[in-house]
Design a protein around this ligand. Sequence first.
Ligand SMILES: C[S@@+](CC[C@H](N)C(=O)[O-])C[C@H]1O[C@@H](n2cnc3c(N)ncnc32)[C@H](O)[C@@H]1O
Length: 347
Amino acid sequence: MELTTHPGLEQLAADEVLALAPKGVLRAEVRPDGLRGWVSVWGDWPAIEQAARRLRAVHHLFRPLDRFVLDAAEPLAQVEARLAALAIPALEPEGVSFGVRCERTGSHPFTSEDVGRVAGAGVRSRTLRAVNLRHPDVALRVDVREQICRVSLALTAEPLSHRHQRPYLPGVSMKASLAWAMLHLARPQGAPGAVLDPLCGGGTILLEAGALWPAARLLGSDLDGERVAGTSANLVANGLLPRATLRQGDALDLTALWGDQAPVDTVVTNPPFGKQVGKGLDLRRFYRELLQSLLPVLAEGGRIALLAERRAAFTHALEQVPALRLRHVRVVEAGGLHPAIFLLERA
Ligand SMILES: C[S@@+](CC[C@H](N)C(=O)[O-])C[C@H]1O[C@@H](n2cnc3c(N)ncnc32)[C@H](O)[C@@H]1O
C-alpha cells in the first residue's frame, strides 16, 4: 500500500502504521523513488488496510498498480500504452467514471497535463469509461519523478485528514494531519493534562487534541472574536465543548488571559502564516514576545510545539528566551511553504 502525507512527516506516518499493525507490516519505506510525501508499506494487505484507515498522519491511501522507467524517446506514447495494458478491476462495472491526476517533478519535455491526458486515453482505449475529473468513481494517480513513472489507484475518496466536522472553516486552516504531528511530537506518550492553543484560528489543533486525548482539557484563545466563535462552533459539532474553555484575547499577554489556568503542561500552536502575515507584522519580534508571554503560564518541564514559517527568525527569537530548550526541529511542507515544527521544553 502507498500512503501520502505532508512532506517532512513521512517517517511519522511510517512509524504510525508500524505501531497500529505491528504484525501485519513487514516493511515501510519513506519517499519511495524519492517521492516526497509518500510512504510504501509491504505486508499483510487486510491488516495494513484496516490499520491505515485509522492513521492520523495520512491524507490518502493508494494501491500501487504499475511502475516503470520512462522511455527516453517516446515517454508519452509509453504511458498511454502502459495504461491501456493495465487491468483495473474497479473499472469493470458499467457506468463507473474515472479521473487521472498527475504530479510531475524533474525536467521533462512534457507537462503533467500531457501525462494525465495520455494516461486517460490509455484507460479509455481499454474500457471506454466516462471521464470525471472532479468526482470520479475511480481515481487514478500517475506520478512522474525524473525517469520513474508510478501508477496508483486511490483507496480514499476524501482525505483521511478531513475527519472533523467543521461548520466554521476559515480561509487558511491547518490540516488535521499536521495538527496531529505537532501534538504527537509534543506528547509522544500521550495524556497531557491540558492543551493550550493561544492562536486557535478555526480550532484544528484543539479538535485533534480532543479526539486524541479524551481526558485533556482544551484551552483556546484568539485575538479575533469571529475565530473564537468559529472554534466554539467546531468544538460543539464534535461534542468537545464541555471539555473546552475558549477566550478572546492577546497571545502576547497570556498571564492576563490564562493565568488562572496555569501552569499548563502542553502548548501547541501555529502563529500567523503566509498571507496572514500583514506587512506591519515583525515576525521575529512577534515570535520573541509570544515565547516570553508563554513562559509564565507553562509548567516546569512543560512543552511547546509551534509551527514557525520563518525558521531563522524563530531560531533568533528562541535565543532570547534561554528558559526554553530546543528539543527537536522538523521542516514540513504546508500550503506550498516550508515551515518547521519546533519542539521546546521549559527547563
Ligand atoms: C495560523 S492561524 C491559526 C490557525 C489554527 N491553528 C487553525 O488551524 O485553524 C493564526 C491565528 O492567530 C491569530 N492571531 C494573530 N495575532 C494574534 C495575537 N496577538 N493574539 C492572539 N491571536 C492572534 C489570528 O487571528 C489567527 O486566527
